[in-house]
Unconditional design. Structure first.
Lengths: 597, 399
């Protein structure tokens, strides 16, 4: 024992005069650190209810509950996370995985109540004092729990694609597809958005498992055109995919394509194992497009004898005659159609209703009729001189090319319109070595065509002139040419809140000469095959049907679907119409099976 | 040197019980004779952070037999992990050692990364290193409090436990939480440093250095502390390997063993420090060695702040964690925690769940086999101090 050790401890007294460490609650409030993981905040308007937070929570502290305000919102499940603070461990994984970055945490951590049952709430919906707290944990920039970027798709370079009809999109390899499939968070918002309600998360899952046969089975449940839709679908699913909110959406369309590409057509019979028990009833389908063939497939599966009447020499409708083969090669379309035909669906080619067979005859001879003849008549530009022989329709050009004929467009072409047909006509013209100008009355950003199509057409050298309104077609010096007078437009806001309207500026007019002008400003239906009286009975307006429940029309035996019976006019909607009509026809012809027991 | 209670530095255990490797069972005692008393000490035990019991057989106030009883904190973490996805597990592992969650986070993440072949960015290795050293500092501060408290020096306990809260403030700022930081995640870390963190961290390090000087004066240069800890619970060198003794407990015996130097991981090969060793191997020596290591921590944290890259990625490219399948594999990863080698053995089978995780904490040997051995022959009043000097945490024994 030495003296130093005896005295040294008395040093503690020096600290008697120091400031105390502790702060006295509740007199002094100590807020959490700026990034503290405290109570949850959800920006309910930004949230899309994907449920990834619920999925990742290891404590099952998050329930997704329906919130009326958000039900029915486009790209929104209508569900919002409800937190149970009896279970939460404040790890913040829910914040990290949030696809919309709507979920975060406040730095508040005190919530006092005598009632132990109150500690759960729907963040952002139930009023809580911390909802507007600016501090608290949020996911750091550059920190991701799933890859935000999509696996890049290999494409034919524009200089090569423009000189051939070879498919532009090369498709994923199996390995690439697995990586892309890995990005899916399996929320199912795509299922709700897809007109056909395809089981997207499930077939993406089958890619991760490498089980393409299961993927094919899943797809055929709702869509007998997977090879086609895997290439040219308008993919509304991708526009709502929550992974796309902060990054790029999952490439659902390309993944669908991969599954079909991995399975050989000769294996379809074995994999899909569609067994048919004939029920002795006959159905007539008018039009072998996606709507008609989809109805035929699902009706055939239910045991109906289906006869499809097609005016053209091949089946596919717009898919074959309206979509160029660099987007949808014929053999891929045939893969879909051949399988449907292999089930015993009879197609009568080159048989136009009204010409070769009367519509009334079908009504008489068949138990039900499904009409899906689409929109096959190009809309008129309604300008003077439109009947000039050098003014062609986009649909005609595309059909000629599909039939292997030279469309005869010349070397300098103007395409009028901003939809997919316009883009297709323009890109096809480029492949016939023409110099292409696209005239569109509004701005590029307002074009109804697929963004990808617009981009690719520009890549391939099409020149887009926006805010250009055609005024008149005039004869040119040469008979082989035609001139168009067009004026620049100014965009004027609609006082009623609609989209801005282009207004012609008469002082800024131009006249250009072209070898041909391709008009592609829309198309209408051709319903000449039904009589005037029936027109009235069907209550057709503007050439379009308004079908009732299960695609039923006002006429007892008749069901309709496809472009002339829906507002979206795309393949996937037609496919769903056909599927839905098949259900309707079965309900109509076999009501006993649907009676509630 | 003559010490109170009849102990000398050269003959540490006064009852004549040798601490050499004698595996013979002790003679059974006749409790009916009335000469002996059985005493249940715990599970609220002053010598430990957590819950654990000692079953002591006493002859007067001298311990002649000691059995340890654990199980009060068993939550089955290893089993829980087999039912959770790889990302969810990182929120579980921190609970395995409450005062030192970060080592678990690091080792779990490292094991997953090793099996799945993920390389973390450089910035993440530095952030992890600093996080681990901050954890070591916080844990040592808590330990000093325990060691002081066990010998009646509650003033020191109050100082360090309070100052530890300042270190926890730093954690709160850096990670978003004070105790269960959940900061080190498979693939890297969850965030970089917040604005102004460096300045505040340096300020707290300066304060900690000052505090440690004060503690040295008050606790270590203290007749009472010296009298009670010198010569107490000596671990002889021949016990080190057979008993699996690691960390400061081994280093206080002169064994130069530190994974940060022996098998450098993270950024430790870029930091300047030496392994601290002692000679006497008693409670005082271990305590003094830990005090020096606490100072070393402060220096390492400062070095990290000086040398770490302040921008760049802190997370590797990750697959979608919602359905993350780690390839089949097996690994054992280890790191030097405050109390020695901490290890994670992991087996995966290529599915979305881990097949088996085994956690090896140093407490397993230190608090059971070593404790049972060292307790015999000592005074009951020294048990708490002796246990703290081994620095153990029951939750990591039971996992």
């Amino acid at each position: 024992m030495n003296l130093k050790d005896l005295l040294s401890p008395f040093f503690v007294w020096q600290r008697a005069f120091e400031k105390p460490y502790t702060s006295i609650r509740p007199t002094i409030d100590r807020p959490g650190a700026p990034a503290y993981r405290g109570f949850h905040i959800n920006i309910a308007d930004t949230c899309v209810g994907c449920g990834s937070c619920h999925e990742i929570c290891q404590n099952h502290a998050i329930d997704m509950v329906a919130v009326e305000e958000y039900l029915g919102r486009e790209g929104d499940s209508g569900l919002r996370p409800r937190f149970d603070y009896g279970r939460c461990c404040w790890c913040g994984l829910c914040v990290d995985i949030c696809t919309a970055a709507s979920l975060r945490m406040s730095n508040e951590y005190a919530w006092i109540s005598e009632d132990p049952t109150v500690f759960h709430f729907t963040a952002g919906v139930d009023d809580k004092p911390w909802q507007d707290n600016e501090n608290g944990y949020r996911r750091a920039e550059g920190y991701h729990l799933y890859p935000p970027k999509r696996i890049e798709m290999e494409m034919l370079p524009a200089n090569e694609s423009v000189s051939s009809f070879e498919e532009v999109v090369k498709g994923y390899s199996e390995e690439q597809a697995k990586k892309e499939a890995d990005r899916c968070v399996e929320c199912g918002i795509c299922v709700a958005t897809c007109p056909a309600h395809m089981d997207v998360p499930d077939y993406i899952h089958s890619i991760r498992d490498g089980n393409y046969e299961k993927g094919l089975q899943l797809m055929y449940r709702t869509n007998p055109f997977p090879a086609t839709c895997g290439r040219i679908c308008t993919r509304r699913c991708e526009s709502v995919c929550p992974v796309g909110i902060l990054g790029e959406p999952v490439a659902i369309r390309w993944l669908k394509r991969l599954i079909v590409d991995q399975v050989d057509a000769s294996d379809y019979q074995r994999i899909l194992a569609d067994t048919i028990t004939e029920n002795g009833k006959k159905i007539a389908v008018i039009g072998a497009g996606p709507g008609g063939m989809s109805a035929a497939y699902y009706l055939r599966k239910k045991g109906y004898a289906v006869t499809v009447f097609e005016a053209q020499e091949s089946a596919g409708g717009m898919l074959r005659y309206g979509v160029p083969s660099y987007r949808l090669p014929d053999n891929d379309l045939d893969k879909d159609i051949d399988y449907i035909v292999s089930l015993g669906v009879e197609i009568k080619y080159n048989t136009a209703i009204g010409k070769d067979i009367k519509f009334e005859q079908l009504l008489e001879n068949y138990d039900a009729v499904f009409m899906s003849t689409g929109l096959s008549v190009p809309s008129s530009m309604r300008i003077h001189g439109e009947d000039h022989p050098r003014v062609l329709s986009g649909l005609q050009v595309l059909a000629d090319v599909a039939n292997g004929r030279d469309p005869g467009i010349g070397k300098k072409v103007a395409v009028i319109g901003g939809g997919n047909v316009a883009m297709d006509a323009a890109r096809v013209s480029r492949r016939f070595d023409a110099e292409v100008t696209i005239l569109y009355r509004r701005r590029i950003s307002e074009m109804p065509a697929d963004e990808e199509e617009i981009h690719e057409s520009q890549e391939e050298g099409c020149r887009i002139v926006q805010q250009a309104i055609p005024v008149e077609i005039v004869s040119a010096d040469s008979e082989q040419q035609v001139a168009i007078r067009w004026g620049e437009a100014e965009m004027v806001d609609d006082p009623k809140g609609g989209r801005p309207r282009p207004v012609l500026q008469e002082d800024r007019m131009h006249t250009d000469t072209y070898d041909s002008i391709i008009s592609a400003i829309g198309q209408g239906s051709n319903l000449d095959y039904i009589s005037k009286e029936m027109h009235e009975e069907f209550a057709i307006e503007w050439g379009k049907f308004t079908p009732g429940e299960y695609q039923h029309t006002t006429l007892e035996k008749v069901f309709v679907g496809g472009d002339f019976a829906n507002s979206t006019a795309d393949a996937i909607s037609a496919i769903e119409d056909g599927h839905h009509a098949a259900r309707g026809i079965d309900r109509y012809l076999n009501p006993a099976a649907y009676e509630e027991k | 040197m003559k010490l109170p209670f009849g102990r000398t530095t050269s003959s540490p255990i006064s009852t004549g019980h040798s601490a050499s490797l004698d595996f013979a069972q002790p003679e059974p005692v006749d409790l009916a004779s009335g000469k002996y008393v059985k005493l249940w000490q715990g599970p609220q035990h002053p010598g430990i952070t957590g819950n654990m019991s000692l079953e002591l057989t006493l002859d007067g106030d001298t311990i002649i037999d000691c059995k340890t009883h654990v199980g009060y904190l068993h939550r089955g973490f290893e089993k829980l992990m087999e039912r959770r996805s790889f990302i969810q597990n990182f929120t579980v592992v921190c609970r395995i050692a409450v005062p030192e969650p970060t080592f678990n986070e690091y080792l779990y993440s490292h094991a997953v990364e090793e099996i799945s072949g993920i390389e973390i960015p450089e910035r993440a290795t530095w952030l992890r290193t600093m996080n681990l050293e901050m954890m070591r500092l916080a844990s040592f501060l808590m330990w000093i409090g325990g060691q002081g408290g066990a010998f009646g020096q509650y003033t020191v306990a109050n100082w360090t436990l309070a100052y530890r809260d300042y270190v926890l403030d730093l954690f709160e700022e850096m990670t978003g939480a004070r105790i269960y930081h959940m900061y080190i995640v498979p693939g890297g870390v969850r965030a970089g440093l917040p604005d102004g963190f460096e300045g505040r961290a340096r300020e707290i390090m300066d304060g900690a250095e000052k505090l440690l000087d004060q503690i040295e004066r008050v606790m270590f240069n203290n007749t009472v502390f010296k009298a009670r800890s010198k010569g107490l619970a000596i671990i002889p060198p021949e016990m080190i390997d057979p008993y699996g003794i690691v960390g400061p407990n081994a280093r206080a015996c002169g064994v130069k063993r530190d994974l940060r130097k022996d098998e450098p991981y993270l950024a430790y090969d870029q930091l300047d420090f030496d392994i601290v060793t002692g000679t006497d191997s008693d409670a005082y020596e271990r305590a003094y060695l830990r005090l020096q290591e606490t100072r070393q921590c402060i220096s390492l944290i400062r070095q990290c702040l000086d040398r770490m890259p302040m921008d760049g990625a802190f997370q590797a490219d990750m697959p979608n964690v919602l359905h993350w399948k780690v390839p089949a594999g097996e690994t054992y990863v280890k790191a030097e925690c405050t109390r020695g080698e901490y290890g994670y053995y992991m087996v995966t089978d290529g599915s979305e769940l881990v097949r088996r995780v085994h956690v090896r904490g140093p407490s397993y040997t230190h608090a059971i086999a070593v404790m049972e051995r060292l307790a015999v022959g000592n005074n009951i009043a020294d048990i708490a101090g002796m246990m703290v000097s081994l620095h153990t945490y029951p939750p990591e024994i039971e996992r």
